[in-house]
Design a protein around this ligand. Structure first.
Ligand code: EPZ
Length: 453
C-alpha cells in the first residue's frame, strides 16, 4: 500500500508470517546519548500532501521537488495513479506527475481511509471535473475532525454535497463559480482554507476567504498554484482572494522544509543536552518554536537557512498554549511536553486546537513522567529523570514525543505502532543515528492480533 518509503513498503509486504504471526516493527532506543552534529530537514509533510494532490488539476505535467519520503506521500501518489495520472520517480525527493490521462473523480476507500489529507482530493477534483467522490478521510485520532467548513465553502462555489455510505459526493451542476461575496470560516481551519483554494482557482469570478489559516503550508500551496497560472492573493494573511482561471499549466516546484520535523529535532537536542545544527529550514517558520525553546533555557543561534541548538544549563518549565499560526503549533505540543518533563518546575500546557491531543501522556507516565490532565490542560511536574519502558505511539506527533523521551531516558525504551511515526517523519531513526543516538528498528511478532484471532 505504501510504496515509496522502503521501510514501510517492506513492512506491508511482510504480512508474511512465522507460524501465522504477523511481523511488525518497533524502535528500540537506548537513551542517554546527547545528540551532536548536523541534520537536514526534509520537505514539509502538510505542504507536500496538498501539493501532490493539487498537481492533478494541471493540464500539463508537473515536477515536484523536496518531497519527503513518508507514508502519507506514498498514499497521495497512489491516489493520483488510481485516478489515472502517471507518476515517475526522478530521484529520492523528486517526482514527475503527468495528469493528462486522469479520467476518474472517485478516490478508492483503501487510500482515503489512510490519512486526513485525502480530503484535498475533494477540492482538487471539484476544481478539475466540477465533481468529486471521496470517502471520508482517516488520519490521527485527535477527537472529532468534522469537514463541515469544507462543505460550506464548496456550496458557496456552487457544489451540492451529500454523504452516502461514508463517501462525500460533490456536484457543481452549473460549473464552479463564486456565489457569495465572501466565505467566512468561524473556526480557523488549515484543511478548509486549502481545500477552498483548490476548488476556487478554477471557479468563475473572485472568491474571498475570510478568517483563513495562515500556516506556511497554506502559503506554499498558494505559491504552487500560482506557479501553474492560478491567481491566489493574500495567502499568509487572514483574507485570501482567488480569481478563477480556466487552465493551469505545468510547473517545476520545490516544497518548503518541514517546520515540525525541524522543531522535533530541536526539542530532541535540548532534551538530551546535545548540540546540533538543523539545516534546510526557514527560520521565520520556526519563530514560535524557537521563542518557546529559548524561554525554557535552550540556546538557539539562527542563520539564513539553519539553526544551531544547544544547552549549557538546566531547563526551566514554562507554559504553552497551542493556537493556529502564528501561534505555537499544536503539531509540536506532544514533543514540547516530552521536553518539559526534563525542565525544572511546573509547566502548564493548554491544547486549543484539538479535543483530544493528550492521548500520549499515559505512555510518558509509564516512563516516569509526572503529568496530570484536566480537559484541555496538562500540568507537567518537571525535572524528572525518565526511565526506559515499553510504550505505544497512538498518533504521529505522540510517537515523536515518545522518541524524544526515550532519547533522554535512562535505559531502553521499545516504541510500538511506529507506522504512525513513519506516516510523517522521513527516516527518523537514520537521521537520529547520524546524530549519535542509539536507535534500532526491530521486527517482532504481533502476539496481540494472534490472541484476538
Ligand atoms: C491540519 O489538519 C494538519 N493536517 C494537522 O496536522 C494539524 O494539526 C492541523 O491542520 C492544525 O494545524 C494536515 O495538514 C494534513 P484544521 P486539519 O482543519 O486541516 C476544526 C499533524 O500532526 N474544524 O485546521 O484537519 C477542527 O475540529 C497533523 O501533522 C471544524 O470544526 O485541521 C479543529 O478543532 C495532525 N470544521 C480546528 O478546526 C471543519 O470543517 C482546526 O482543524 C474543519 C476543522
Amino acid at each position: 500500500m505504501y510504496r515509496n518509503c522502503p521501510h514501510i513498503q517492506r513492512k506491508c509486504e511482510q504480512v508474511t508470517v512465522t507460524r501465522n504471526l504477523k511481523i511488525l516493527e518497533k524502535y528500540i532506543v537506548n537513551g542517554g546519548n546527547p545528540l551532536k552534529g548536523e541534520v537536514r530537514i526534509s520537505g514539509a509533510k502538510n505542504a507536500a500532501v496538498a501539493i501532490i494532490i493539487a498537481a492533478l488539476m494541471a493540464d500539463e505535467p508537473c515536477t515536484l521537488r523536496n518531497i519527503p519520503n513518508i507514508g502519507d506521500v506514498s498514499v497521495c501518489l497512489n491516489i493520483l495513479e488510481s485516478l489515472g495520472a502517471s507518476v515517475k520517480v526522478i530521484d529520492k525527493t523528486a517526482y514527475y506527475i503527468d495528469p493528462r490521462q486522469l479520467r476518474s473523480y472517485s478516490v478508492p476507500y483503501e487510500y482515503a481511509r489512510l490519512m486526513r489529507a485525502s480530503y484535498y482530493s475533494l477540492g482538487a477534483l471539484l476544481g478539475k471535473f466540477s465533481k468529486a467522490c471521496v470517502p471520508l478521510p482517516g488520519g490521527c485520532p485527535l477527537g472529532s475532525r468534522p469537514i463541515d467548513l469544507h462543505l460550506k465553502a464548496f456550496a458557496a462555489l456552487g457544489a451540492e454535497s451529500k454523504i452516502e455510505k461514508g463517501v462525500v459526493m460533490l456536484d457543481a451542476k452549473d460549473g464552479l463559480r463564486s456565489l457569495q461575496k465572501k466565505i467566512y470560516f468561524d473556526t480557523v481551519s488549515v484543511g478548509a482554507t486549502m481545500n477552498t483554494m483548490l476548488a476556487a482557482v478554477k471557479a468563475q469570478g473572485v472568491t474571498t476567504i475570510d478568517n483563513a489559516a495562515r500556516e506556511p503550508h497554506v502559503v506554499d500551496l498558494a505559491n504552487f498554484l500560482n506557479s501553474m497560472g492560478a491567481q491566489v492573493m493574500g495567502a499568509g494573511t487572514s483574507v485570501i482572494r482567488i480569481r478563477g482561471v480556466s487552465r493551469l499549466h505545468g510547473t517545476d516546484y520545490t516544497i518548503i522544509p518541514d517546520q515540525i520535523e525541524a522543531g522535533t529535532f530541536m526539542a530532541a537536542a535540548a532534551a538530551t543536552g546535545g548540540d546540533i545544527t538543523v539545516t534546510n529550514i526557514v527560520p521565520r517558520h520556526l519563530e514560535y518554536i524557537t521563542a518557546k525553546l529559548s524561554k525554557i533555557g535552550v540556546n538557539i543561534e539562527e542563520n539564513d537557512d539553519s539553526v544551531r541548538v544547544w544547552t549549557d544549563g538546566p531547563l526551566m518549565g514554562t507554559d504553552v498554549k497551542t493556537n493556529p499560526h502564528p501561534g505555537f503549533p499544536t503539531d509540536m505540543q506532544p514533543q514540547i511536553a516530552a521536553l518539559l518533563c526534563m525542565a525544572y518546575g511546573t509547566s502548564v500546557i493548554t491544547e486549543r486546537v484539538w479535543e483530544q491531543r493528550f492521548n500520549y501522556i499515559g505512555e510518558l507516565t509509564r516512563m516516569g513522567a509526572s503529568i496530570s490532565v484536566e480537559g484541555k490542560v496538562a500540568i507537567v511536574d518537571g525535572g524528572q529523570q525518565l526511565k526506559g519502558a515499553p510504550v505505544q505511539a497512538c498518533d504521529l506527533r505522540a510517537g515523536a514525543a515518545l522518541i524524544i523521551a526515550a532519547l533522554a531516558a535512562d535505559g531502553i525504551t521499545e516504541i510500538e505502532n511506529i507506522e504512525h511515526i513513519e506516516r510523517g517523519y522521513d527516516n527518523m531513526p537514520e537521521k537520529l543515528r547520524l546524530l549519535g543516538a542509539n536507535i534500532k528498528v526491530k521486527d517482532f511478532p504481533d502476539l496481540a492480533a494472534a490472541s484476538i484471532a
